[in-house]
Write a protein that binds this ligand. Structure first.
Ligand code: FMN
Length: 196
């Protein structure tokens, strides 16, 4: 089969692209608005792009549903304050993570709404999710507009890591239980193998 991307609808393209680029890690991103309100939302168009300097990036689409034609709160907040926090999503937080993706109005604090606690950050203002085992405090490097999407590139300026997940200089991924995003569903990492 040959497909010309320009002859496919946005939703057809989304299904093929997000299905083919899977599983994707999930960044659970906390931000703070100019007025000091906290926000939390998941993004799976996400990856690490450099370890020296430590940089991560994720991509924010346009406002959805009733909020079509507007920007997502995460983008507005990062544009205004230049800071965000990455929170790792272990399997036991998947319900809270999914709940935080709902289209809450900008004045809703998702930490309260979904019932997770705040972890004070050291350098940036937005807090992390206390229940998550890893947080990266990030400063905005740049925002690259990509049509309706915006690619956010950030520099990791501080790392929080719960002791029990870090052994011999490595993260214990069996204990961390990462989850990945597929097309509309999820995958749990159950088996890890090496190629000799
Ligand atoms: C697992 C998962 C992954 C998501 N990935 C993205 C993404 O990569 N980009 C995006 O724009 N929205 C993504 N979303 C949708 C946003 O989380 C959702 O639009 C959210 O309401 C944005 O919140 P905000 O307006 O507070 O920023 C994802 C949702 C889920 C559940």
């Amino acid at each position: 089969m040959h497909l010309n991307p320009s002859s496919l609808s946005e939703s057809e393209l989304y299904k093929i692209l997000s299905g083919a680029v899977s599983p994707r890690p999930i960044a659970w991103i906390s931000t703070m608005s100019q007025e000091g309100r906290f926000n939390l939302a998941p993004f799976s168009f996400f990856t690490v792009v450099s370890s020296e300097p430590p940089m991560i990036c994720f991509s924010i689409g346009p406002g959805e549903g009733e909020r079509e034609g507007t920007f997502k709160d995460t983008l507005t907040n990062i544009r205004d304050t230049h800071e965000f926090v990455f929170n790792f999503v272990p399997f036991n937080l998947i319900q809270e993570m999914e709940q935080s993706s709902k289209d809450y109005l900008p004045d809703v604090d998702e930490f309260n709404e979904i019932g997770v606690n705040q972890l004070n950050s050291t350098i940036v203002k937005p807090p992390g999710v206390k229940e998550s085992p890893i947080q990266f405090e990030c400063k905005l490097d740049k925002i690259v507009p990509l049509g309706k999407y915006h690619l956010v590139i950030g520099k990791v300026v501080h790392i929080h890591l719960k002791n029990e997940y870090y052994q011999n200089g490595k993260l214990n991924l069996i204990k961390l239980q990462p989850v990945g995003r597929l097309a509309g569903n999820y995958i749990q990492v159950k088996e890890i193998f090496n190629l000799k």
